[in-house]
Design a protein around this ligand. Structure first.
Ligand code: AP5
Ligand code: MG
Ligand code: ZN
Length: 220
């Protein structure tokens, strides 16, 4: 295993800031952000079979079935750029996905470095949802109030058009929270039992959350 190989999971409810923080860490460490949500949205944009299948679930705010999700992420993690590590954003989201991730990593001779659980109270999450905007090109998240782009409606990184995600409608967001509680939150205890869980307060300024995560990573 390469000495500096780092596989980190960002775990947290919808709107907790996983994508925002993963993008920063990715730049800082030079390892790719692997976001299952972004991979699905790319597949939907390109109208692949996988995208068409996944869209039915995503539009309702339900999880895409494990077999589909695991296959997609496995393929991504086997690409060359993940040799030195990856920032997993939004995967795993179920116990079977977590077990599959162990197998995938073991297959290439590495193991998880840490799981960072980003905790944010639900009322704060709801407020974040309405103001979120996403870049059509790169998937970067912005917020009209908390993290606005330099130029309205345009991505700072690549000039892409910003849009509101279809699944950010209030009723879909509510279902995504419920799904997180029922199917994903058990992963917190799963990883705590292994001694690799680190909890970070996600209800602070974006820079403060980033600092807390860096402290955790630097202490590994
Ligand atoms: P996915 O795209 O992963 O959505 P999610 O988990 O619901 O998370 P979000 O992307 O909504 O939030 P985030 O935590 O990344 O927050 P962000 O940084 O954007 O998944 C979408 C769908 O795909 C799922 O519902 C499911 O159907 C399917 N799917 C994906 N992965 C799957 C899997 N593994 N298995 C099965 N199905 C899967 O921040 C949110 C907003 O808040 C932004 O506007 C941001 O600017 C702002 N913000 C961030 N941090 C702060 C802060 N500290 N203070 C104030 N504002 C902040
Ligand atoms: Mg995200
Ligand atoms: Zn962009």
């Amino acid at each position: 295993m390469p000495e500096e190989s780092r596989f980190l999971i960002l775990l947290g409810p919808p709107m907790s800031g996983k994508g925002t923080q993963a993008a920063r860490l990715s730049q800082l460490f030079g390892i790719p952000q692997v976001s299952s949500g972004d991979l699905f949205r790319d597949n939907i944009k390109n109208q692949t079979n996988l995208g068409l299948e996944a869209k039915k679930y995503i539009d309702r705010g339900d999880l895409v079935p494990d077999e589909v999700t695991i296959g997609m992420v496995k393929e991504r993690l086997h690409r060359e750029d993940c040799l030195g590590g990856a920032l997993l954003d939004g995967f795993p989201r179920t116990i079977p996905q977590a077990e599959a991730l162990d197998d995938i990593l073991a297959g290439v001779g590495v193991s998880l470095s840490a799981v960072i659980s980003v905790a944010v109270p639900e009322d704060v999450l709801v407020e974040r949802a309405s103001g979120r905007r996403i870049c059509r090109n790169c998937g970067q998240s912005y917020h009209l109030k908390f993290d606005p782009p330099k130029e309205s409606g345009i991505c700072d990184e690549d000039g892409g058009e910003l849009y509101q995600r279809e699944d950010d409608k209030p009723e879909t967001v509510r279902n995504r929270f419920a799904v997180y509680q029922a199917q994903t939150s058990p992963l917190i205890e799963f990883y705590r039992a292994r001694g690799i869980l680190h909890e970070v307060n996600g209800d602070q300024l974006i820079d403060e959350v980033a600092d807390d995560i860096l402290q955790v990573v630097n202490a590994l």
